[in-house]
Design a protein around this ligand. Structure first.
Ligand SMILES: [Zn+2]
Length: 254
């Protein structure tokens, strides 16, 4: 899980959230009989979080990546488009925290699989990791050889939060791990190839061509938006590790 920095709350949400939230709080908190059973069967039908003035800001912050697993689900062109699409996930479920229904920091852009899997799951003590919390992201690290995430230490609380995250999202789903591993290994191998070829590049046309091809691969890789934050992080690490290659890439771009 990679850290995602959220931009400030969209004005459209700030201006309206008080009145929008009221319906949800009334429904879940007020309309109960003495046994705590809901009196109104039907929950509120509004979903203003899907409004473009809110949703598009979220999609942009997340670069359309699922906050939990990093995969991309195409955003529909129209509401009628029947394609798998991203969701605005309520990190804390509406039914349990109606006060947070229109809270900007409660929204996580998420793939359909993670959103459905997570459902209304809630563990107060060991909540699933939140990609917009730097300290939560610091609990896990990415393993290049497997493409999976694991926890950095054996702290019991971290272990339980990570276990919940693994069970309730696709963070370590096999198919996604394989894609992640391949994407990161590809960019590493291109950096390493350039690094190996550079000492032999003097006036050697074919070696220069090969280097150019590898640079192109790296630049194309950066343009692919899936696993955006993971790829960016690895790219910056590789630039630090291979300073001469980084300089060559910059020269090539200028
Ligand atoms: Zn996901």
């Amino acid at each position: 899980m990679e850290f995602i920095e959220r931009s400030s709350e969209p004005a459209y949400l700030s201006e309206n959230k008080k009145q929008w939230t009221k319906h949800w709080v009334d429904h879940y908190r007020e309309n109960k009989n003495v046994n705590g059973k809901l009196l109104k069967e039907r929950k509120p039908s509004d979903s203003h979080w899907l409004h473009d003035l809110i949703r598009k800001v979220l999609i942009n912050d997340f670069k359309n990546n699922c906050g939990y697993c990093g995969s991309i689900r195409p955003t529909p062109i129209s509401e009628e488009a029947r394609v798998p699409r991203g969701h605005v996930d309520h990190y804390r479920a509406k039914a349990k925290y109606p006060e947070l229904t229109y809270e900007w920091t409660n929204y996580i852009w998420s793939c359909e699989s993670c959103n459905v899997e997570k459902g209304e799951f809630d563990d107060l003590e060991y909540p699933i990791l939140n990609p917009c919390e730097l300290s939560d992201c610091g609990i896990v690290e990415f393993i290049i050889d497997t493409g999976a995430y694991c926890i950095k230490n054996m702290c019991q609380a971290h272990k339980l939060r990570f276990k919940n995250t693994e069970e309730k999202t696709m963070i370590n789903a096999n198919v996604i791990n394989v894609k992640r591993k391949n994407r990161v290994k590809f960019i590493i191998s291109n950096f390493e190839t350039i690094n190996t070829l550079m000492p032999f590049s003097n006036d050697n046309e074919s070696i220069n061509e090969l280097i150019k091809e590898n640079i192109k691969n790296i630049l194309n890789s950066l343009e692919d938006q899936e696993f955006y934050f993971l790829i960016q992080k690895n790219y910056l690490d590789l630039r630090d590790k291979h300073i001469d290659v980084a300089k060559l890439i910059d020269d090539n771009c200028s």
